[in-house]
Design a protein around this ligand. Structure first.
Ligand code: FAD
Length: 390
């Protein structure tokens, strides 16, 4: 492939956010290239891979080739080991095979006209008249530069593009969830369930997950508060859990990473630059789930960038901040407040909650009832939610 020295848009990073952003730019008839530093799109996988059906189907036709398992229930496990089951009433979610899923998203972008270059490591930005006007990158030992109207930073949780472009991307260590995850074989679990374990000894200021991945395999992972992880690492908590719950399984992959469980950055656009996905901190701060919100960020951002270039009004990209806030950012602020309350729960709160919910017949357990029960156990949650609206 010949590397041109000018595109309308350069996207840094070929994860869900980058591929979806590039797709919408290309769909508008503009030239766009995705630069991805890794050899393969979608690999290595640093993710529990769980996603809701509603989120997914807006962006891609559901195809069994990237679905590892079909989810019809959540199972919450309290600190005593008591299980609380939430039937979801049919298939409502999936555990993906992200290696294939991310590939498919990139293929959709390519089908719409986006170009993709892997093993292309972006190491800096080009500026002209105080505006970002391109990127510098290394590919097969050579240094290259590409000029463009807008750079879309989709370079994930460790993003540097935003900082280079003058945006404040710093996340307080306390709010950066520290995560570790294994993919295991020979797990004896419900094949259609997502398990969530809570408790001060299991996953302080977070939760531990076991997501069924088909054929008795599963993603087992943990996310805990950054401050906690300074004293005892997420990996250590995970290994203790493995010893007691899955002593005889085989571990196929091990990954560690950070999840920015915070509201979106104050500013996610700058002259000639926007950030999407984890780079913009668009993760749902309550659950740590970021696949869906990364795709939404890519969609909202990609469309606005395309409009700005086509109308020759590059200042239009600044409307992305508000558009994102209205679409999801505002809701994330609410989720963040709820998270801050829930993460203060002591073990007895989880146990009381589990006892109360287990009194509700299984087929009558809705999220509304769960939330009401949580409010009875922690009335201050209501104040936190209300604060966001006022
Ligand atoms: P990424 O998927 O991280 O993609 C960023 C891409 O940019 C990468 O491919 C990277 O190689 C590339 N890149 C970075 N720097 C450069 C550079 N300088 N030059 C070129 N390319 C670059 N979310 C869920 O919804 N469900 C889950 O179950 C879930 N579990 C998780 C478990 C763990 C342990 C972790 C760490 C996260 C989890 N998440 C989960 C979050 C989810 O993985 C992310 O929110 C999601 O991948 C964000 O997509 P993205 O496109 O913004 O970033």
């Amino acid at each position: 492939m010949k590397i041109k020295n000018r595109y309308d848009v350069v996207v840094v990073g070929g994860g869900p956010a980058g591929s979806v952003a590039a797709r919408y730019v290309a769909e508008a008839g503009l030239s766009v290239i995705i630069l991805e530093k890794d050899r393969d799109i979608g690999y290595p996988v640093r993710c529990g891979e769980a996603v809701a059906h509603e989120g997914l189907e807006q962006f891609i036709d559901i195809d069994p080739k990237f679905i590892s398992s079909y989810i019809d229930k959540f199972i919450m496990v309290d600190p005593t080991g008591q299980e609380v089951e939430f039937p979801l009433g049919g298939i409502k979610g999936y555990v993906l095979d992200r290696k294939i899923f991310d590939y498919e998203l990139a293929k959709i972008a390519a089908k719409n006209g986006a170009e993709i270059l892997t093993k292309a490591y972006v190491y800096g930005l080009i500026f002209k008249d105080g505006k970002v006007s391109g990127v510098k990158f290394e590919f097969q030992g050579e240094k290259y530069e590409i000029e463009c109207d807008v750079v879309i930073g989709a370079d994930g949780v460790e993003s540097r593009v935003g900082r280079w472009g003058g945006l404040k991307t710093y996340v307080n260590f306390k709010e950066m969830e520290s995560a570790a995850s294994y993919t295991i074989a020979n797990a004896n679990i419900d094949p259609n369930a997502l398990y969530f374990y809570f408790g001060e000894n299991v996953a302080p200021q977070g939760y531990l997950w076991v997501f069924a991945k088909g054929n008795n395999s599963a993603n087992v992972g943990i996310g805990i508060g950054g401050e906690i992880a300074k004293k005892k690492s997420a990996l250590k908590y995970l290994d203790e859990f493995m010893e007691t719950h899955f002593p005889n399984v085989q571990i196929l992959t091990k990954v560690a990473g950070g999840v920015p469980c915070v509201p979106t950055l104050e500013k996610i656009s700058a002259p000639g630059l926007i950030l999407v996905g984890d780079a913009a901190r668009q993760v749902n701060p309550l659950t740590g789930g970021g696949i869906y919100s990364a795709m939404v960020g890519g969609q909202v951002g990609g469309k606005i960038v395309a409009e700005a270039i086509k109308s020759r009004n590059l200042n239009h990209i600044f409307s992305y901040d508000k558009a994102w806030d209205e679409r999801m950012g505002h809701r994330h602020k609410i989720f963040n407040n709820i998270k801050n309350s829930i993460y203060k729960f002591k073990d007895d709160k989880y146990i009381n909650l589990a006892n109360a919910i287990n009194k509700i017949p299984k087929n009558e357990r809705t999220f509304g009832k769960l939330f009401r029960t949580a409010l009875i156990n922690q009335p201050s949650l209501l104040i936190d939610v209300a604060k966001v609206f006022w």
